[in-house]
Design a protein around this ligand. Structure first.
Ligand SMILES: Nc1ncnc2c1ncn2[C@@H]1O[C@H](COP(=O)(O)OP(=O)(O)OP(=O)(O)O)[C@@H](O)[C@H]1O
Ligand SMILES: [Mg+2]
Length: 295
């Protein structure tokens, strides 16, 4: 049995469910310093797993590795048992992982609806003829030209697809009720900070990802905005959405997570159910203790 098959054969602890995401021995250094070191964890289908830890402990770097934004120095990442750690971010998105960013990234000069539609680009078929060629560096110009041609003179299939995209965008905006739906045609740069973050979450959710990766979705939000995000996360969880969440707001993490992974100095120092992690003295020392010390 190869290492990959061995990882694939593993199941989520205590269940017969194979993991949706499996991270094994992940390592990444910057200038010789390990930001992420021997990190392993799983996310089961429909599970909400949170990564917590002090500032600079390697949370965002872990998400960047999982989503292919940066390559790992060592380790394996499997989605549904298939290695994805050597794929580029676009292929990983196509495989079913969508993310938001810690510092928030919307396209200010695009409308709210177009920002969400960007998230559906990976689902285009008629609108992206010859898309498979984009993996071949020397042939990348062919799908680009084909895509431009279909955009200028849409085929009937491309028009049908466009209607599907518009319906999916509307459904996603409706999820955020009065926050986004009435602003669908506004430029994203006119939005409040919280609405930009909502737009980013809507963009990530639009393609119905297998795994939603959120990096501090409530950063900079006030308590009522945070409570709203918590409600939405609970709603997504009830719908069976698997989520990998990085978040500093401990009460939110404890409420929404099935399991919590705690990292400090790039290493996993504790992992388990939220109540068990909260009681772990190592966690109190590394994370909660330091935060109390800061206050
Ligand atoms: N591109 C980079 N180049 C050099 N060092 C980096 C880079 N990205 C992250 N680091 C370093 O890696 C370590 C982990 O950073 P990371 O952003 O993953 O932390 P974090 O846990 O997300 O922190 P925070 O809670 O503040 O968001 C830090 O020491 C950081 O300075
Ligand atoms: Mg971070």
């Amino acid at each position: 049995m190869t290492e990959t098959q061995a990882a694939t054969a593993q199941t989520v602890a205590g269940t017969a469910i194979p993991p949706l995401l499996s991270v094994r021995g992940l390592r990444r250094t910057f200038a010789g310093l390990a930001a992420v070191d021997a990190v392993s964890f799983d996310v089961a289908p429909g599970e909400v797993v949170s990564i917590i830890g002090p500032n600079g402990s390697g949370k965002t770097t872990t998400l960047n590795l999982v989503t292919g934004a940066i390559p790992a120095d060592a380790g394996e990442i499997l989605l549904d048992g298939r290695r994805i750690d050597r794929l580029d971010p676009a292929r990983i998105a196509e495989a079913g992982i969508a993310r938001t960013f810690q510092n928030g990234r919307v396209f200010g000069a695009l409308s709210v609806a177009d920002n969400v539609a960007v998230g559906l680009h990976t689902t285009l078929r008629a609108g992206r003829p010859a898309r498979r060629l984009s993996t071949w560096f020397l042939l990348r110009w062919i799908p680009l030209l084909a895509e431009l041609a279909v955009a200028l003179v849409p085929t009937r299939a491309a028009r049908r697809e466009q209607a599907r995209i518009e319906a999916a965008v509307a459904a996603e905006l409706d999820r955020f009720g009065q926050r986004l739906a009435p602003r669908r045609d506004d430029f994203a740069y006119t939005l409040s900070y919280a609405n930009r973050r909502r737009t980013e979450i809507a963009r990530a959710l639009a393609p119905r990802p297998r795994l939603l990766v959120l990096d501090e979705p409530t950063a900079g939000m006030n308590p009522s905005e945070t409570a709203e995000v918590l409600d939405q996360l609970l709603q997504l969880k009830a719908e069976g959405q698997a989520i990998l969440l990085v978040e500093h707001k401990i009460d939110l993490v404890m409420t929404v997570s099935d399991r919590v992974v705690v990292i400090d100095g790039g290493r996993v120092i504790s992992e388990g159910r939220p109540d068990a992690v909260r009681r772990d003295p190592l966690v109190a020392e590394a994370y909660l203790g330091r935060r109390r010390g800061k206050a």
